[in-house]
Design a protein around this ligand. Sequence first.
Ligand SMILES: O=C(O)CCC(=O)C(=O)O
Length: 271
Amino acid sequence: MNELPTREISAEEIDAYQTDGIVYLRGLFDPDWVDFMRNAAEECLAAPGHQAKDLAKSQKDPGRFFADTYVWTRNESCKHFVYHSPAAKIAKAAMQVAKVNIFFDQWLIKEPGTPTRTPWHHDLPYWPVNGDHICTVWLALDPVTIENGSVEYIKGSHRWGKRYLAQSFTGDDRYKEDLPPVPDIDAMRDELEFAQFEMAPGDCTVHHGLTVHGAPGNATGGRRRAFVTRWAGDDAVYYPRPNIMPQLAEPDLPAGAPITCDLWPQVWPTP
Ligand SMILES: O=C(O)CCC(=O)C(=O)O
């Protein structure tokens, strides 16, 4: 399995990430990674962690939208992916930083016939970290189409200078912070520029922590399995607040400190 991306990430691709807050990268993971992570998905579905959720059931929808986080801390395959796949190098190249730390990894699996939408949101308000150098590598393990839940991104929204209140994927009001709600994106469609990709297994996207995005349900008979890794670069700092997404553990860091710690170790370059 390839440890480095199968090719150089081009200047145009880096520019797309920096300008649009989203870039689509074709075929940087070889097919062995896809097989390896499909097996890892089955291991993790069979042994979910205490943070695992079925986001469909919690909205009383049919199907299953399986989400689980910090999987690398207990599953050897996911740990191998975090440390040895091209993901860290891709995040480093997109963000143009000197080093990257793993923030957390996540399964986002929309099983066949799961109508559950991923609501419009951006990621940073959920998380106890802050900085410009925070991104997600979203790896497709199945062919991804608009019909089965391809994520839609609003180009340039990472530079709006806005932070919107985190919106619970399970429909409750657990997140409380003095922030405005996400505006009615669907009512603003004519004014905005969107990006949405038909992806092959082994393709990935990289999105910025403030890029607004959402996704349709999976209306097909096939699975939409994604393995997602969240990365933090040079300027990322610990930014704890009450009523946000719980992490696996409290990091042993003062507020405002660079985030390197046991929970969020530097992965690349290997320290
Ligand atoms: O896969 C999805 O449906 C949502 C993806 C997402 O919200 C994310 O990767 O931050």
